[in-house]
Design a binder for this molecule. Structure first.
Ligand code: NAP
Ligand code: ZN
Length: 351
């Protein structure tokens, strides 16, 4: 075991602050990674503030961060795929049982025994797992991913959560050039959803509450932008969408978007507001619409997404910040004031 520098929140009311955390020495199939950049996901904020207490209560202290890119520094004796000096990435998962049908299908994200990168029981050191707001992490090679060499590392980090969480449902709903896709919320996930759906050739419409994001939405690949508070503009879109990806982090009216789906259209929720959303049965029944959810993605699909982003030269639009600005960044996330993902330069942990 060794000690690593990190940022943690020690309690519900506490801001994130500098600390030291234990990490295991790499053995067996373990890969030790020096973390270079870590994205800030809105899930980090939900978790730090225990907003999902009903389903995933937060254990303090918490070290968030699951959009990790870095360089391999040491490997265990049984590691075959990585060597010191390699670029490597870690997303939301660091383990699973690897024997169940879901794991065999490459759906480690849905394994009953999945171990999340932070706030999951840590069978190696006891307590809970600690995430990427840290100088290093040790992860089994099965959960380590390869970053295409052409991608900027600070901007590639958000692919590990925002990228896969949008890529997976967009692929599942077989988006092609004939389909009309809506993306609700232009934040970290939403802006990656726009880029990915556009790269797959879909006709993309962004729904935003922020009129000032209109030009950016078009630049990111949207064909159309609707300000969702404009009732007439919303009305004109009724019944016209094949698929809508809802990335909103707070309470909002999803019936307004169900109404925009055509026959057998699907709305997939990836946003995870803390309170239940209300659904009008008739918005689903009329026109055979469906409502579903999607949780990140499995390891093989995450690698597929990274390779897709490498081929298409796709990364997040990031504002790189030192770790000392993390609390300020959380406040800005709450005001939808980020273009479009914060990426922490982990070198700042040393200053
Ligand atoms: P984010 O960067 O904060 O973006 C959320 C966007 O939602 C905002 O930029 C804003 O877009 C819109 N929004 C915020 N408050 C709103 C409100 N009151 N009404 C309507 N729209 C509002 O967050 P993120 O990192 O993309 O994460 C989004 C959500 O996905 C979070 O709940 C997060 O926990 C969840 N998540 C889920 C998974 C999964 O596996 N399913 C994975 C990662 C994250 P506009 O300004 O354009 O309106
Ligand atoms: Zn995330």
């Amino acid at each position: 075991m060794y000690q690593a520098r990190a940022y943690s929140a020690s309690g519900l009311q506490s801001p994130l602050a500098s600390t030291k955390i234990p990490r295991r020495e790499p053995s067996g199939h373990d890969v030790q990674i020096e973390i270079l950049f870590c994205g800030i996901c809105h899930s980090d904020l939900h978790a730090v503030r225990n907003e999902w207490s009903d389903v995933m209560p937060t254990v303090y202290p918490i070290v968030p961060g699951h959009e990790i890119v870095g360089r391999v520094t040491k490997v265990g004796p049984e590691v075959s795929n990585y060597k010191p000096g390699d670029l490597a990435a870690v997303g939301c998962l660091v383990d699973s049982d690897r024997t169940c049908p879901r794991c065999h299908a490459g759906l480690e994200n849905l394994c009953k025994k999945r171990v999340l990168t932070y706030n999951s029981p840590d069978e190696h050191l006891g307590g809970v797992t600690y995430g990427g707001y840290s100088e290093s992490i040790v992860v089994d090679e099965h959960f380590v991913l390869r970053v295409p060499a052409n991608l900027n590392l600070a901007a590639a980090a958000p692919l590990l959560c925002a990228g896969i969480t949008t890529y997976s449902p967009i692929r599942r709903h077989a988006i092609d050039t004939s389909q009309r896709v809506g993306v609700v919320g232009l934040g970290g996930l939403g802006h990656m959803g726009v880029k990915i759906a556009h790269a797959l050739g879909a006709h993309v419409t962004v729904f935003t509450t922020s009129p000032k994001k209109k030009d950016d939405a078009l630049r990111l690949g949207a064909n159309e932008v609707i300000v969702s508070t404009e009732a007439n503009a919303m009305k004109k879109q009724a019944g016209t969408f094949d698929f809508i990806l809802d990335t909103v982090s707070a309470d909002h009216d999803i019936n307004a978007y169900l109404k925009l789906l055509g026959v057998k259209g699907n709305l997939t929720l990836v946003g995870a507001p803390s309170k239940p959303l209300s659904v009008s049965a008739f918005r689903l029944i009329s026109d055979d619409r469906s409502l579903s959810g999607s949780a990140i993605g499995g390891i093989p699909e995450t690698q597929e997404m990274l390779d897709f982003c490498g081929t298409h030269n796709l990364t997040a639009d990031v504002e790189v910040i030192p770790i000392q600005k993390v609390n300020e960044a959380y406040e800005r996330l709450l005001k939808s004031d980020v273009k479009y993902r914060f990426s922490i330069d982990m070198a700042s942990l040393k200053s």
